[in-house]
Design a protein around this ligand. Structure first.
Ligand code: NAP
Length: 309
């Protein structure tokens, strides 16, 4: 039986691992399908304190893991399929095997939101992607027009990154103002290779018959006018949905699926704690996730100490 199992290996998960490891709790980190979490799919992280020149997202996560492992944290590559929080010790099914834990920290993060179009689903990985860092350099996108959808920091970051590869990057946003931070918005609008398409949504991705992306159908939400934009790639960057399906019926979730902490990092189930983007629809930053991971670890440690005492 484990003292502490941490579900998820992003900033929140590895920070919780570092703290619980230093408390001699030998945490087990269940990595999930994407070890290191969403940050491994970004380019340079410019706003994580301590890195004046920025740090590569993948490198940051690798360093966090190393730091936690130095104090006895252990990573297990695997996906949790089911949890039973109805009694202690808690039971988790991980790739068909049962893992028992006295305390659990949920740090499952969030995944990419999809537009929800049938053609989008059919052309996923055939020109439709949710990660410019992962796919932007593919030959299919070189010197071709590309489309990014979204108006937040992610969309701006993706659009700027893609200007290295595409001939032009159309940035389609449903409003006439970017949601992104000021510095990112200014950088984006000043880039001559980025063409904003305001007040517009993608209504269809072409061409399913050819089994590859050749363009998008776009509707202006103000005028209703429809147009076509030719492109070889569609990069969707419209935010995230919390990865919490697994906990439905086990733990309190809000209407959007975010875990609702009762106090600090505690949940409505004593012994189960939460950290990071799966419980945060407000800040959603690497550094806030790390801070929440620290808080969850301290609370888990206190919970276990109280059980033993
Ligand atoms: P976000 O800030 O939630 O932005 C999502 C964008 O997608 C918004 O512009 C939104 O439009 C649009 N959108 C949402 N649903 C849509 C739909 N169904 N169809 C069309 N457009 C849709 O998400 P994010 O950009 O992924 O950023 C998430 C968090 O991570 C933020 O806190 C951000 O600051 C942070 N982040 C930081 C950095 C950095 O600092 N380097 C990089 C990436 C992300 P509206 O504007 O109309 O709502």
């Amino acid at each position: 039986m484990k003292q502490v199992v941490i579900i998820g290996s992003g900033c929140a998960g590895w920070t919780a691992a570092l703290y619980t490891a230093r408390a001699n709790l030998q945490p087990l980190v269940l990595t999930g399908a994407q070890p290191g979490g969403l940050l491994t799919t970004t380019t340079t992280v410019e706003n994580f304190p301590g890195f004046p020149d920025g740090v590569d997202g993948y490198e940051l996560m690798t360093r966090m893991q190393k730091q936690a492992e130095r104090f006895g944290a252990r990573a297990q590559f695997g996906t949790v399929e089911a949890v039973d929080f109805s009694k202690r010790p808690f039971a988790l099914m991980v790739d068909g095997e049962k893992v028992e834990a006295r305390a659990v920290i949920i740090a499952t993060g969030a995944s990419h939101r999809h537009l929800g179009l049938e053609s989008e689903a059919k052309l996923e990985n055939k020109g439709v992607t949710y990660c410019a860092t992962c796919d932007g350099a593919l030959p299919a996108f070189r010197n071709k027009p590309l489309v990014v959808v979204g108006g937040g920091d992610s969309a701006c970051e993706e659009a700027n990154y893609l200007t290295r590869f595409g001939s032009v990057v159309h940035l389609i946003h449903r409003r006439d103002q970017l949601r992104a931070s000021k510095i990112m918005a200014e950088r984006t609008l000043a880039n001559p290779k980025i063409k904003p398409v305001w007040n517009s949504v993608v209504t269809d991705v072409l061409d399913v018959a050819q089994d590859q992306v050749t363009g998008v159908r776009v509707k202006n939400v103000k005028t209703g006018a429809e147009s076509m934009i030719d492109c070889a790639g569609l990069f969707v960057a419209i935010g995230h949905v919390p990865s919490t399906q697994l906990f439905k019926g086990q733990i309190a979730l809000d209407q959007s699926g975010y875990i609702v902490p009762t106090q600090g990092a505690a949940t409505n189930v004593p012994g189960v704690f939460v950290a990071g983007d799966c419980a945060d629809h407000v800040y959603r930053q690497a550094i806030t996730a790390a801070g929440m991971g620290c808080a969850a670890a301290i609370e888990a440690e206190r919970f276990l100490a109280a059980q033993n005492g």
